[in-house]
Design a protein. Structure first.
Length: 644
């Protein structure tokens, strides 16, 4: 069968990280005879070459090439391209890994949309990844209609025929930003680019030793020489005008302005900081016209103007002022509304721990500013003018995998007086987010695991992100767990951050079933009725397990769970007579890996068939109950530990 995808992995001393990379490639859902994996070992000196040779001997999908070190990843990727047999090639780094269905989904999406380039959703595990690009699926994306230029790492799927037709290859040698040159040209020459955003295809991993090649401090002269090559590509394939300016703006914003801001800039050694500034100043003056910087967000525009004028001391002073900017988020309410979770919160920028204030009246402060104080005044006026477009985002982020998903948000913008004379105001955003567990993941259901809730706000040229918290627990208790979308979903405040999180499908003792009191349990004839502390938007089936206190034998009975948390089940009284039965309940019997949760009562059936709710049993029954609870929670121990 023809090979659909060739995965190309440049390798240089990845250490243990190669194991997860390799494992993720071998467990792909794409049939094994439809893809191949080409590892190009670029002169590794650790144990990786032998490990890859052993893997290739065991699995026919794997090919390994060994070569002398070439200095960077460009040549190994090119060697892989030339050896590839697939219709598409997929570039993966040796310390990253793929989602299990990444190749299958990206290939199908590329074929369906006749794409030369397929960009799969990324998740950053300790590393930053594009966010806006993956807000929605984009089957027909261009640099003009989508923020493609925000994603210039090589981790894409590219049609091999497109590479051969254009002759497109990575720059080689000991250099930086070879991926910028390659990806930018691919975007500008592709017949179509498709962005797949409803499944995490690529996990971008920060190594514990921070040895990722892209994280190392660079020589500014060499770095910005290579950056100019990416700008050359833009000039080669675009005409002067708004589109070219828009593309150039990406490098001005990300590679220059952001490196001169706040704590990131102040944390650099003084001599390196000055050297970096001088190189950025040279590129800005040499390559960028006024149309590049003008549409930047206010704070970014200030830094760009100071850099263009060579005002190093003012850039340092502005960075010191910017270091005090932060985001404050106040969770106001969390409640279930039917089958959705409604989260309300307020968000605003702060400076040095106090709410940031802005001028209430308009005006036209000096531009470009003569000093930092004037820059701050101009900045405040510009932000007030843009406030009517500000929207905070609420994201669910998977704690283990770091995948994140936007949730719908409604916002009300408030201008709050901040001074007695009315000259200053605070800009407060009051938002209501709706989390539907049935569609929270880009239209799909929330998967099992722990999901942290984050608020993200872009305003004034700052993009700040914060966990939703801290919560004053006594004043704002979390709502109960809900049985919704075939899962048990528990909102809770974390121990470490006092921030909001969702436990989907794993919660045990936090469900609060141990709080069921004797008055919540009744028996009428052969029917058991229990009121559980759960939110139940619509009737659902449950499974009740009864375990004999002495013999350990068990019976299972299906029941129903109704709104109000009312559980009902018909008991096989004839089979239960003469024994005491401990009770557990499975709230989602149709889900994979369904869990039984202990209930704090037992049932006793006497010789006359009369059902009672006895007091806690001594001796063996109590020990059996403890054993059952330990068994039930053992599997949850690791999940619970990660909450703290």
């Amino acid at each position: 069968m023809p090979v659909k995808v060739s995965v190309i992995v440049p390798v240089h001393n990845p250490g243990p990280y190669i194991e997860e990379c390799l494992a993720s490639l071998l467990r792909q859902s794409l049939p094994p005879d439809e893809y191949e994996v080409i590892f190009v070992d670029d002169g590794s000196t650790d144990a990786t070459p032998a490990r890859l040779d052993a893997a290739a001997a065991d699995d026919g999908r794997i090919r390994v090439v060994h070569q002398e070190n070439s200095g960077w990843a460009g040549k190994p990727r090119n060697v892989g391209i030339d050896l590839s047999r697939g219709e598409y090639v997929m570039f993966v780094d040796d310390d990253d890994h793929l989602g299990d269905e990444a190749l299958e989904r990206m290939y199908a999406y590329g074929v369906a949309n006749d794409a030369d380039v397929v960009v799969g959703k990324m998740a950053g595990k300790g590393r930053s990844v594009p966010v806006e690009l993956f807000r929605l699926n984009r089957p027909h994306a261009t640099v003009a209609n989508a923020p493609l230029i925000d994603s210039l790492t090589p981790h894409k799927m590219v049609r091999r025929a497109f590479l051969d037709r254009t002759g497109l290859r990575f720059p080689e040698g000991r250099r930086r930003l070879e991926d910028h040159v390659f990806v930018t040209e691919a975007y500008l020459r592709a017949g179509n680019v498709s962005v797949l955003s409803d499944y995490v295809c690529y996990y971008h991993v920060r190594r514990d030793d921070a040895a990722n090649a892209g994280l190392q401090r660079f020589d500014p002269v060499g770095y910005f020489k290579n950056l100019r090559e990416a700008l050359d590509v833009v000039e080669r394939y675009t005409e002067p005008g708004p589109l070219r300016d828009r593309l150039f703006r990406r490098w001005l914003r990300v590679e220059m302005v952001e490196r001169l801001r706040g704590r990131r800039f102040l944390g650099l050694p003084e001599d390196y900081r000055r050297h970096l500034f001088d190189e950025i100043h040279s590129v800005v003056v040499e390559r960028f016209g006024p149309g590049v910087a003008a549409p930047l967000q206010p704070a970014q525009r200030v830094v760009a103007a100071l850099a263009a004028e060579g005002r190093y001391d003012d850039v340092v002073a502005f960075a010191q002022w910017e270091a005090g900017v932060a985001l404050a988020v106040d969770p106001e309410d969390v409640e279930w509304r039917g089958g959705t979770l409604r989260i309300t919160f307020a968000a605003e920028l702060t400076h040095d721990g106090a709410p940031m204030t802005f001028p209430s009246a308009g005006g036209s402060p000096q531009w470009p500013p003569h000093d930092v104080a004037e820059a701050v005044r101009w900045l405040g006026t510009d932000i007030v003018g843009r406030f009517d477009r500000a929207v905070p985002d609420l994201l669910l982020r998977e704690r283990v995998g770091a995948a994140q998903y936007f949730q719908p948000v409604d916002v009300v913008r408030e201008t709050v007086p901040a001074g007695g004379d009315g000259s200053l105001v605070r800009l407060v955003l009051r938002a209501t987010a709706t989390v539907d567990p049935a569609s929270a993941l880009s239209g799909g259901p929330a998967g099992e695991g722990l999901w942290d809730v984050f608020v993200r706000l872009g305003l004034g040229g700052w993009t700040k992100e914060l966990r939703l918290g801290p919560a004053h627990r006594h004043g704002r208790p979390a709502p109960p767990a809900a049985v919704v979308a075939g899962r048990v979903v528990l909102p809770y405040w974390t121990d470490r951050y006092a921030s909001l999180a969702l436990d989907v499908g794993h919660a045990g003792n936090r469900l609060g079933l141990g709080r069921v009191a004797a008055g919540d349990v009744t028996v009428t004839g052969e029917r058991l009725h229990v009121v559980l502390p759960l939110h139940v938007p619509e009737a659902a089936g449950v499974l009740l397990r009864l375990t004999a206190a002495k013999s350990g034998g068990s019976r299972e009975v299906f029941g129903t769970l109704s709104p109000g948390g009312r559980m009902a089940a018909a008991l096989p009284v004839a089979d239960l007579t003469g024994r005491t039965w401990l009770t557990t309940v499975c709230l989602t019997p149709d889900a994979d890996g369904a869990r039984f949760h202990p209930l704090p009562f037992a049932l006793h059936v006497d010789a006359d068939g009369v059902l009672v709710v006895p007091a806690p049993q001594p001796g063996g029954a109590r020990r059996l109950a403890r054993r059952m609870r330990r068994a039930a929670y053992r599997a949850l121990g690791r999940i619970t530990a990660r909450r703290k």
